[in-house]
Design a protein around this ligand. Structure first.
Ligand code: NAD
Length: 264
């Protein structure tokens, strides 16, 4: 199947480099004919994102730091000027101080809790609100989450709490915007080797554990997450909203590690 996104325009937020989940989704969207705009956080990521945006024929590349709401407003003002409306949006943004993605959750500081929640959770609500104003004919919005939201993953700590709040936001926003035919969903991805992913202490150990113990006996690829992105952002998923869709080789269904692996 190709051309699923033909005639659709949208914004991808969260590309840092070609390993980013946002890039995996962007590539899949472009392959299906979508027209894309990108944001980047800071000049260093801007330099990495530019050639990627060029490679999919994108001409709109804008700076955006979600801690600075004026920069978020500037992005949507620019999109309104350039395109008038959009059909979809990808939010793949998260941050927490690395020094607190280890050890005990109980030791999270007030400052890092607040900052993690703002960047990794509340930014989604602020962005959805602005994106919805550019979706007069409806649309589809996707964010990225992780299973550490509902089950304790070692070292994921405050990020797990932020992802739980993000997933809850997905459900509330799905109701708020359902009447405008704007669908809001999240992809809960298995571990992927990215900049943000490597910020969690013992990331390699967790990556290998999930690889060994998931039903598919492997981790997921950017292409697989991208494919689910296309599904959720295209008309194929027209009746789907408020969902947390796992793309994790099935790891979330397990109540304990697989016996055949444990007995090896
Ligand atoms: P990444 O490092 O490639 O992307 C994270 C992005 O967040 C970067 O582009 C960074 O610039 C952006 N960001 C951070 N703070 C920001 C701010 N203040 N303003 C604007 N942008 C900001 O890593 P990734 O793994 O592709 O992360 C994308 C999303 O996927 C995140 O929400 C992450 O939690 C989620 N996720 C990752 C994994 C994994 O294993 N890597 C698994 C499940 C979910």
């Amino acid at each position: 199947m190709d051309g699923l996104m033909k005639g659709k325009r949208g914004l991808v937020m969260g590309v840092a480099n070609d390993h980013s989940i946002a890039w995996g989704i962007a590539k899949a969207l472009a392959e299906q004919g979508a027209e894309l705009a990108f944001t980047y956080q800071g000049e260093a990521f801007g330099k990495r994102t530019k050639p990627l945006a060029d490679s999919v024929g994108s001409t709109i590349l804008l700076p955006c730091d979600v801690e600075d709401i004026a920069s978020v407003d500037a992005v949507f003002d620019a999109l309104k000027r350039e395109w008038g409306s959009i059909d979809f949006l990808v939010h793949a943004i998260a941050f927490s101080d690395k020094s607190e993605l280890r050890g005990r959750y109980a030791d999270t500081t007030r400052d890092n809790f607040t900052r993690t929640m703002l960047i990794s959770c509340f930014s989604f609500t602020e962005i959805v609100k602005r994106a919805a104003e550019l979706m007069p004919d409806g649309g589809s919005i996707v964010t990225l989450t992780y299973g550490g939201s509902t089950r304790v993953m070692p070292n994921y700590n405050v990020m797990g709490v932020a992802k739980a709040a993000l997933e809850s936001s997905v459900r509330y926003l799905a109701v708020d915007y359902g009447a405008q035919n704007i669908r809001i969903n999240a992809i809960s991805a298995g571990p992927v080797r990215t900049l943000a992913g490597s910020g969690v202490s013992d990331a390699r150990l967790m990556f290998n554990f999930q690889k060994r113990h998931s039903p598919l006996r492997r981790t997921v690829t950017l292409e697989e997450i991208g494919g689910t992105g296309v599904y959720l952002l295209s008309d194929l998923s027209g009746g789907v909203t408020g969902e947390i869709h796992f793309v994790d080789s099935g790891y979330n269904i397990m109540s304990m590690p697989r016996l055949d692996e444990l007995k090896k």
